[in-house]
Design a binder for this molecule. Structure first.
Ligand code: PEP
Ligand code: MN
Length: 688
């Protein structure tokens, strides 16, 4: 190397050192700015100042003979990092920063998810350990089991669209979204050595990357694409094989990591190619009030014309700004959809909380995935200053905003043609369940069966699922008698620990098979939050048994699942306690609740319990939720079941649920109260 070049390089090294020192000094000032903002309450982002700053720096760049676009890009990165850093400074003021944190992502080191994870957590004071996992599900699982603090998953790409598997995981798994990250994706062609493009014969990469670079790939005279698990793994394989005719599409970082040459840079069809990632954690994260936030939601709509429009209207009525709306097929409900939406603001803001309550009431199912700092790509030309906050609503002016429990707020009257709204009943422990909210009554759909409509709904089946033959025979008998739903306990709440506890998931699979064979949706009890995901994945309706009516942890969990719920009345619960239990499910988003009266404990010992038909008109008056009656557990004796079932309808029931068994004498549970198939058929004939 010439002495001249040596001198120049030494000079360059010194300049770089000064640049890094300047960035460190800048970061120190940024920390001070965060401190000032924490005291004064000013927002973290001042778009006006950022715009002026970029303009000034652009001019300065031009005057100094630099490319202003290049300087602009650098500063957008610097400003992005500054916002991230300030957000963390403010969060750390409230909580001690952990020494290290583990972030799980899908793929190998150097994958885009890995780059996004490093970028997202770069401003954390802690040591960040990024761990690649084989699948998205495994990254989720790492957080669930506690081996990672966060999982970072790609959710959408500006060229290739949504990553459906991640949307489906968010819907299925109860892990809150606590952040988002946006990464500019720049695909490069990497080879073991600096070869001309004509020599490349095979290009390995993830199918998404292959799709995004299709024009470049077809322009290769001798090369064809081969799909690979992920971009970084493709790079690793190319390095391992060392074959100069083989290349990978991956990031420049992957080239550095695996020691490959960048043969061509920026080869995607669209140069502006971004991927948005979400970050999930075990617990929701508190959101700094000065940081602009987003909230992600999932909601379902009823199967009616204009249903989605009505949902969007209730958001608009509260001036909620929707930044994204995506639909995915609703699991096990063909041609129905779940909508994934991002809105601006926090779920706990009074206005957003009102909008979410109204949306829940409208939608039938709403799950709030989380509120987190908004972190869109920073593009000053496209960024408008934040709209001024709308004028305060009456309830906010009255100072109620801070005191209202966020997810239980009563929906405000809506303008124009909306149906008349209920006056708030703040003395009641239930608001979403109150009759006045839906004077016409609500209906709940279980598969094709509608509960709460004109049709009397008959549910039959054994107390416990005992065998394939038994549950199949029951399903056949229910179907033949004109019944609508198949019941059966798989997880049994037994008073004695020595009694038959049910076949668990194995029983559920048998029941699903029987239900499917005879076209009957199935309803089964879920006993614990730990079983919920598995049970909800198979059952059409989740039963909460009498003993669990006050299991609030369980009620909260079923409130987050998109599955109808059959809520039995506790044997010592008052109507208001029962409705408050229903409110738990509703307040957590799931509006598909059917009540079930199954007898209460009184001084009477001649019957197992006392069927309280007295409450039916009371329930009808107080709530819009449908209600059915279970005479079997109420009276405990086969012969008394039919007259009580018949009495339920004139008293106001929407349906009945009765136990039946092919061989009641030998049933493993509740044989004495189970009808024979003949008995069931005769009863159904009288009821229908
Ligand atoms: C049941 O229906 O299987 C049951 C256990 O009922 P309950 O919770 O009403 O006792
Ligand atoms: Mn039973």
């Amino acid at each position: 190397m010439s002495e001249d070049l040596n001198i120049v390089r030494r000079e360059l090294d010194e300049i770089d050192q000064r640049l890094v020192e300047a960035l460190a000094a800048r970061q120190q000032m940024v920390r001070e700015a965060a401190g000032c903002k924490a005291t004064s309450g000013e927002p973290i982002r001042d778009y006006e100042r950022e715009r002026e700053m970029l303009k000034r720096l652009g001019e300065q760049a031009r005057q100094s003979g630099l490319n202003d676009h290049f300087v602009g890009m650098l500063y957008r990165e610097i400003l992005d990092q500054s916002v991230r850093y300030q957000t963390n400074c403010l969060a750390e003021r409230d909580a001690a920063a952990p020494e290290h944190l583990v972030v799980a992502y899908q793929g190998a080191a150097g994958a885009y998810s890995h780059l996004a994870a490093m970028r997202h957590f770069s401003a954390h004071g802690a040591e960040v350990i990024c761990q690649g996992r084989e699948t998205f599900e495994a990254a989720f699982e790492a957080v669930k089991e506690g081996s990672a603090d966060y999982a970072l998953l790609p959710i959408e790409n500006t060229t290739a669209g949504s990553i459906n598997e991640v949307y489906d995981l968010l819907a299925r798994r109860n892990l809150p979204v606590v952040g988002e990250e946006v990464l500019r994706v720049e695909h490069c062609l990497l080879a073991p050595e600096d070869v001309p493009l004509q020599r490349i014969e095979r290009v390995l990469s993830h199918p998404q990357a292959v799709a995004q670079c299709s024009r470049f790939l077809t322009s290769l005279p001798n090369g064809t694409a081969e799909v690979f698990t992920d971009t970084a793994m493709a790079a690793r394989k190319v390095k391992q094989d060392g074959d100069p005719t083989q290349a990978a599409l991956a990031s420049e970082e992957a080239a550095r990591r695996y020691g490959l040459h960048v043969v061509a840079r920026s080869v995607a069809d669209q140069k502006e190619n971004y991927t948005r990632f979400v970050i999930v954690a075990a617990e929701p994260a508190p959101c700094e009030p000065r940081v602009p936030c987003k909230t992600s939601l999932i909601f379902a709509t009823s199967h009616e014309r204009g249903a989605l429009m009505q949902c969007l209207k209730v958001l608009d009525a509260q001036r909620v700004n929707l930044t994204k709306l995506e639909s995915r097929p609703r699991p096990r409900a063909p041609w129905e959809y779940l909508f994934f939406a991002d809105i601006e603001g926090r779920a706990s803001d009074a206005r957003i909380a009102r909008a979410l309550d109204a949306l829940a009431a409208q939608a039938g199912y709403l799950k709030v995935l989380g509120t987190y700092p908004a972190h869109a790509v920073w593009q000053p030309a496209l960024t408008k200053p934040a709209p001024p906050e709308p004028a305060l609503l009456a309830s906010e002016r009255d100072g109620q905003a801070g005191t209202e429990p966020p997810r239980l707020a009563v929906r405000e009257p809506e303008p124009a043609q909306a149906p008349p709204q209920a006056p708030p009943q703040p003395d009641k422990p239930y608001r979403l369940a109150q009759r006045a909210l839906r004077p016409e009554g609500s209906t709940v759909r279980v598969g094709e069966v509608v509960i709460g409509g004109a049709q009397r709904v008959i549910t039959g089946g054994p107390c416990s699922v005992e065998s394939r033959e038994q549950i199949r025979a029951c399903a056949e008998a229910v179907r033949a008698a004109g019944g609508h739903l198949l019941r059966g306990g798989c997880f049994k709440p037994r008073t004695s620990p020595y009694a038959f506890q049910g076949l668990g998931l194995e029983g559920l699979a048998l029941m699903a098979e029987a239900g499917a064979a005879f076209g009957l949706p199935i309803v089964t009890e879920v006993l614990s939050p730990a079983d919920l995901e598995a049970v909800a994945g198979v059952a059409d309706m989740l039963q909460i048994g009498a003993r669990n009516m006050k299991n609030y942890a369980l009620l909260k969990e079923v409130g987050q699942v998109d599955r109808p719920v059959l809520l039995k009345r506790g044997m010592m619960a008052s109507v208001d306690e029962w409705l408050a239990a229903a409110e738990y499910v509703l307040a957590h988003g799931n509006q598909q609740v059917v009540l079930c009266e199954r007898g209460i404990r009184t001084f009477e010992t001649a019957t197992r319990n006392t069927l309280d038909l007295t409450v039916l008109p009371v329930v009808r008056e107080r709530t819009h939720l449908p209600v059915i009656v279970d005479p079997s557990h109420a009276c405990g004796k086969r012969d008394w079941v039919p007259p009580l079932a018949e009495a339920a309808f004139p008293a106001g029931a929407d349906g009945v649920m009765v136990e039946m068994h092919p061989d009641p004498e030998n049933a493993l549970s509740d044989g004495p109260q189970s009808l024979t198939f003949d008995g069931f058929e005769a009863l159904a004939a009288r009821l229908l």
